[in-house]
Design a protein around this ligand. Structure first.
Ligand code: COA
Length: 258
């Protein structure tokens, strides 16, 4: 199983469970997560959602083989690709979403955090947005939310260079709620989630709705705009060179592209 889900005492845990591939996310995994988030909306047994990885790694982001062989396209029935269903579900979740991040959180592993309410990271967490290194562009409304969160110039460094940054830096720029020693992370997340699960669901729902306000529509609009560019760039030669280089364990050569 690549995504493990369980409901216990009001907490739905959604866990990346594909450690041999560094928890890289396939279309099937996005679909499982999207379905779990949607089901949680109408399940009164779920009061809070926790998204977690493994102590060694949160996720290596989108599966690069999937990107190459099965780029996300709309189904013949008009259904959105699983990754967009997941992003829609997490950005519209009305119940609190808590992230537990340890080790690398690459690409969507970092951008999904922009849609979580509480983000707890271990001191070993390394976040990165390597879209430009892959010949791609930002997704998950990160081109809107990151500059807003940390200021344009700091966001530009993260999105243009795509270099990894520490949990401490993520905390300083407001992307992470609290940094904990790696051995304490999962217990702390459980405690915080249990506190939320014990609070009145209506208060949490209304608080979240009031804080997000008009942003929900702006985020959806930006995601659609990014999605269009992203899909085009995914099948362009720059991305092909980047993905091939990753699997050939060499540096990509972008010098031949304008
Ligand atoms: N998609 C598909 N497979 C991936 C993957 C990904 N995003 N990330 C890692 N893997 C696979 C590797 O191909 C390798 O498979 P193999 O054992 O069959 O050769 C295995 O997972 C281990 O990866 P490896 O790179 O050896 O691990 P590492 O500990 O040295 O590095 C990362 C970990 C996450 C830093 C590195 O794997 C990485 O940079 N991955 C790509 C991240 C990425 O670009 N994601 C897309 C963002 S949009």
């Amino acid at each position: 199983m690549s995504i493990a889900t369980r409901i216990d005492q009001g907490i739905l845990a959604i866990g990346f469970d594909r450690i041999d591939k560094k928890n890289a996310i396939t279309a099937a995994m996005y679909q499982t997560m999207a379905d779990a988030l949607r089901a949680a909306e109408s399940d009164s047994a779920v009061r809070v959602i926790v998204i977690e990885g493994k102590p060694e790694i949160f996720t290596a982001g989108n599966d690069l083989e999937d990107f190459m062989k099965r780029p996300p396209t709309q189904g013949s029935d008009g259904a959105q690709p699983p990754v967009f269903q997941f992003l829609h579900a997490i950005s519209h979740a009305t119940k609190p979403v808590v992230a537990s991040v340890s080790g690398a959180a690459v690409g969507i592993g970092t951008t999904l955090l922009l849609h979580c309410d509480l983000v707890y990271a271990s001191d070993t967490a390394k976040l990165s947005l390597p879209f430009s290194q892959l010949g791609l562009c930002p997704e998950a409304a990160s081109s809107l939310l990151l500059p807003r969160l940390m200021g344009y110039q700091r966001a530009a460094e993260k999105l243009l260079l795509g270099e990894a940054f520490s949990a401490q830096e993520a905390f300083a720029i407001g992307l992470v709620t609290k940094v904990l020693p790696v051995g304490e992370l999962s217990d702390y997340v459980r405690q915080q989630a249990a506190k939320l699960a014990a609070l009145p669901a209506s208060s949490l729902r209304e608080t979240k709705r009031l804080m997000k306000g008009d942003d929900v529509a702006a985020v959806a609009k930006k995601m659609a705009e990014e999605g269009e560019v992203f899909r085009r760039m995914l099948v362009a030669p720059e991305a092909k060179e980047a993905f091939t280089a990753f699997f050939e364990k060499r540096k990509p050569d972008f010098s031949k592209f304008d």
